[in-house]
Design a protein around this ligand. Structure first.
Ligand code: XMP
Length: 516
């Protein structure tokens, strides 16, 4: 693989993605992993990510300089570039002028990692520290106003570095640079694609499972459906899917999932009605992390309870269910604080929300993948577009879209409003333009309105349509005003108790997609 060493950057996952877009397999590793362990993975190239620290400050994460003499090509980006310069004897110091956002770079030598570059490049930067002079043996390839050394290389040792972020879309020639590094500097072929994962995972799953029984928690979403199809390909009838109706689903969802999924895959499916159970457990819970933990735990308890039925229907008396398949994706792991040095932004129900005493062993074949890669695998496995292109819906469902305590009445209200928004967005042909559109009920907020000449004191609904590539970052969707107007009118007319509809026009970051 190509290793992306994560120095705690928001963008480390993005680098890993870009490498895969260049059709080279990549994996993220934490900077705290010993260099020997990294080298034991036999990396074909290494990329050092950016990060929030300043190299010259005490305690700043560094890296054993051994990594630069192992004969593996290395590309340092931003902080990773500064670490490279610092470790090899260059000077790194507080920049005379920090550079944040769009920055013009003057290319002094369009060579090596910058081969073919125009004399000036628009780049995206975020640094207050600069490399003042390159280490011995390096040639300077570019500079900016704030960075005397903005790019450097020692091609004889296979070492390259850039101050800017080639992984973000705001650096128009960024992907070019990454591909030049991978294909030209490191000589790697562009022959990887996500479908290669299928054969690899099928073999791994077979070896792991043996003749045990396996259940898969199916949510109806892309991730768990693809995970189920993949595991089914590996072990066939040993797999049973369990679909939990936790009462936090959208209108018509239970029937739809049961129908679409079984029709498309023919995989055994048991549906469990656990709505009362979940509601009871969630009583009084208002705080988002608490809700998430309760829901994560309840899921597992429900799967445990379903075991007997699974065994019976599988005719596997005397056996027990040993494995639980989850459609966990890479971003879930990262946001739940699973990446080393990464903050816990929110506990995804299937990662950070899992109880400690779980008896199942987990199978998570998509754990290193991004959504678009999962979609490609789904298509390759023969799943229909309705499943593969279904908009994401979080496992905790409407439970994290009611801001405040969850009650039956509030759920019904939100379910109605959500159904209206979905219907109108679909009608307007926006399904594929919009990544997803959470509809949020601010249940504890009240505002004054007037309806039918009467004063009302109701709650607002917030629409949160977003566009995104992988849910790690997102922008709010510019839904046409007339579509918003129709949704607003219908919701206030058809959902008693709702007297206001608001639009969330915040990107991620600084917000997240869901409100909790
Ligand atoms: P955020 O709110 O973190 O959401 O920007 C990113 C994506 O993840 C979905 N999401 C979840 N999915 N379990 C899930 O299965 C969860 O606990 C969970 N929390 C957020 C969210 O809908 C968006 O697509």
């Amino acid at each position: 693989p190509v290793l992306v060493v994560d120095f705690g950057a928001q963008y480390a996952q993005l680098i890993a993605r870009r490498v895969r877009e260049a059709r080279v397999y990549s994996e993220l590793v934490p900077h705290s992993m010993p260099v020997d362990e990294m080298l034991a993975k036999d990396p074909k190239a290494i990329i050092l990510s950016g990060g929030p620290a300043s190299v010259y400050e005490p305690g700043a994460p560094g890296i054993d300089a051994k990594i630069f003499s192992a004969g593996v090509p290395v590309l340092g980006i931003c902080y990773g570039f500064q670490v490279m310069a610092h470790e090899l004897g260059g000077t790194v110091d507080k920049a005379a002028q920090g550079e944040y956002g769009k920055t013009e770079a003057s290319i002094d030598r369009a060579d090596g990692v910058l081969a073919g570059s125009p004399a000036d490049q628009s780049t995206w930067m975020s640094h207050g520290v600069a490399v003042e002079s390159a280490p011995e043996g390096f040639e300077v390839l570019a500079h900016t106003q704030g960075a005397p050394v903005a790019a450097m290389q020692d091609a004889s040792r296979g070492l390259y570095g850039v101050q800017w972020h080639p992984e973000v879309k705001h650096t128009p020639l960024g992907q070019n640079l990454i591909e030049t590094f991978l294909h030209r500097c490191a000589g790697l072929p562009d022959d990887w694609d996500a479908s290669g994962i299928i054969e690899d995972q099928v073999a791994k799953i077979r070896a792991k499972v043996g003749d045990a029984q396996v259940i898969c928690g199916l949510s109806g979403g892309v991730d768990s459906a693809v995970a189920a199809a993949l595991v089914h390909k590996a072990i066939g009838e040993q797999l049973t899917c369990v679909f939990v109706d936790h009462g936090l689903l959208r209108k018509g969802e239970v029937e739809q999932v049961k129908h679409d999924f079984v029709a498309a895959t023919g995989i055994k499916l048991i549906a469990v009605d656990a709505a009362d159970d979940f509601l009871e457990a969630l009583k009084g819970a208002k705080e988002p992390e608490r809700k998430r933990k309760i829901i994560g735990e309840k899921f597992i308890r429900t799967f445990e309870k379903a075991q007997a039925q699974v065994i019976e229907e599988a005719g596997a008396q005397g056996k027990e269910v040993k494995f639980l398949v989850q459609g966990t994706l890479y971003p879930d792991v990262v946001e739940s604080g699973g990446g080393d040095g990464a903050a816990n932004i929110k506990s995804h129900h299937n990662v950070g929300g899992l109880p400690k005493d779980i008896t199942f062993e987990l199978i998570e074949p998509l754990r290193t993948l991004f959504k678009d890669e999962v979609r490609a695998i789904g298509t390759e496995l023969g799943l229909p577009d309705e499943i593969v292109w279904r908009q994401p819906f979080p496992g905790p469902g409407l439970g994290i879209r009611i801001i405040g305590e969850i009650t039956k009445e509030r759920l019904e209200l939100l379910r109605e409003a959500d159904a209206i928004a979905r219907e109108e967005l679909s009608k307007a042909g926006l399904d594929r333009d919009i990544w997803q559109c959470p509809v949020v009920l601010l249940a504890d907020v009240h505002s004054v309105g007037v309806q039918g000449d009467e004063r009302t004191y109701g709650s607002p609904i917030v629409l949160r349509p977003v566009s995104s590539e992988d849910a790690m970052t997102a922008d709010w969707s510019r839904v046409p005003y007339d579509v918003l107007a129709t949704i607003s009118t219908r919701i206030t007319n058809e959902c008693p108790g709702i007297n206001r509809v608001a639009l969330d026009c915040t990107s991620k970051p600084p917000a997240t997609i869901e409100w909790e």
